[in-house]
Design a protein around this ligand. Sequence first.
Ligand code: FAD
Length: 672
Amino acid sequence: MFNSYLTCTNFRFFIWGFSSSTATVALTLVVIAVISGTTLANVISDASKLLTAANDTTAHARCTTSAVGSAEALVSNLFAAINTAKCELTNASQWPADFADEALREGLEKYDFVIVGAGTAGSVVASRLTENPRIKVLLVEAGEDPPIESEIFTLSSTLHHSPYTWTDFGEPNPNCCQGMQQHRCYWPRGKMVGGSSSMSGSIFLLGNKEDFDRWRLLGCDKWSWEEMKFLYEKALKASQHEVVDKPVGTVVLNQFDHLEEHNELAQLVLNASSELGLRYISDLSDGTIVGYTDAIPANIEKGRRMSVAKTYLGQVSRTRPNLHVIKKAMVTKILFSSDNSRAVGVEFILRNRHRLKVAAMSEVLLAAGAINSPKLLLQSGIGPSEHLKSLRINQIADLPVGNNLHDHGMLPLILKFGREINLPSSMAEPQSVADYFLRQTGPLAASISIMGFINTNASNSSQYPDLHLVSHTIVPAGAADSFKFLQLRDEIVAGISSAAGNKSLLQIYGSLLRPRSRGKVRLRSADPQAPPLIYNNYATEPADQLTLLRYVRFVQRMCTTAAFRNYGLQLLHVPIEECDRLPYDSDDYWMCYIKYLYIGAWHPVGTCRMGAYTDSHAVVDQRLRVRGVNGLRLVDASIMPEITSGNTNGPTTLIAEKAAVMIEDDWKEELT
Ligand SMILES: Cc1cc2nc3c(=O)[nH]c(=O)nc-3n(C[C@H](O)[C@H](O)[C@H](O)COP(=O)(O)OP(=O)(O)OC[C@H]3O[C@@H](n4cnc5c(N)ncnc54)[C@H](O)[C@@H]3O)c2cc1C
């Protein structure tokens, strides 16, 4: 056992633990580095010093005065309590049991439904369908249970490059993501039970009423805001109706905890927005949101993540013999009947070595997310015929699979404080760590989150905003390296750091609520293990660039408010060689900036678009059935014809709720 404080050049480490294994220490260093806003490079340069200290088992005995042992015992108890609390934060019983060993031993029976992917949508659909004990479901998930860092939602960014993530990069595109490493946009998604919702920011929004009116105009007249609201109420209230031995899924919503020290920043931003005529939004679920708020609903409870995978799936699965879940199982192919007219099951690779097949008597339901669902369809022969032909994949159906890829994207704008502001407490402080693990309070359990919805193109009274402003968080002086988390290139981060000098920064991100630019997903090769080709095309449409330009001008207007002027807040000029050849602050300059710094917002949708029978761009019909193929449905974020106005997890949850109702309805005669 050891414990030690080490003061490094620009930050302080506090290490606790009972194992001095190199792996444990290394992991601790990386996590603390990320949450301290320091770089891995700093950490690595200090690592040998730290590891030496960590391995020094006499470190705890360095006191210069003598002791009788009781003080040492108290300290040991504290460390033991924190370590135990850390391990107990999450445990296997929160998640479904893994049916894999039994499947390997006994073989797989036939199921009514086989669901691919236990992310947001897969968890909801599996949970709802198996409320009926006569429906047998197998849920197949490529990942495993989420790690502890998923439970502590404030540490979720440390999962972005972990084994719990699909770590795909977009294809290089000279018109976007030029400021990112290798000039490529990054598309992380969760590869674990809960999928992306196990690594998300946990914000839960529904979107705007008009989003669904637009879906209707696009031919999806069976979908409406009223129905989404109805499903939302049902999802929230489910827990009130449940019987203890028959729990049902439920969306758990609470607002982020704000610490006292957040108030100054919240007031500053809300005062500025109010000066610009924007109202305070008290209810983000009313479907007509324009304004600013710090009251943000999230899937959290007492500092812990409450993903739908936990509340819909984990909570119910162990009481339902009709639901089996297999983890570490990557589906590689959909299987079809001999005449290719019906999906009859899937093939998957279990634990990287066992190739298994399972039969679906009613339907195969794809919930692998907006990148992997189209990938799986393409691998299975459903997609644009030219593309399939080029890879010698036998065609089952010629459909525009993989097209219509879009995402809100986000453009960081960085402002520099002219005077001091209350800084957020460091999550890595010993007190913060103890508060979280012993009581689930403090900075690790809280989040300052302020967001704005504005209409850049019309008066503030319009109820259909086109821009989402998120984050509004402080980067303390000297911590600009934390921008590396966004995959920005080293010279850009270094430029931000030197332009910041010894001042703290305010970061604001602008996301397009209705992006026009579209990309696509294709296969790199016919090998199912190969990562997909992702052509993201962020903000390549002039309309998107103009909205982003208006966002820049809006933030500049914020800088003219009394609230911002009082703190001396001004836009930081981020040095970018190509853009700096243009006159600073000209429209052309900002177009260049957009090309460099408009990056992914982790909200991919639209690649298996829903539409009317007559819609040649549609992959699925309004009941989410793949056109021209029986027994195959998409139930995830890929079906959105257009992205909703706000983060996508809420709408995906409701899409899955509606899918479950439609599936039960379509099969009610056979399954009763
Ligand atoms: C970093 C990050 C932060 C985010 N923050 C927010 C937020 O704060 N609020 C919000 O509303 N939204 C957020 N989102 C977006 C939100 O999480 C997604 O919109 C939502 O999870 C999509 O649900 P899905 O079911 O379509 O896909 P996912 O949740 O991604 O689930 C897909 C599942 O399928 C599995 N899978 C994929 N391929 C296969 C295969 N071949 N075989 C077996 N299994 C497979 C995956 O492992 C995964 O578990 C965030 C996303 C990310 C990545």
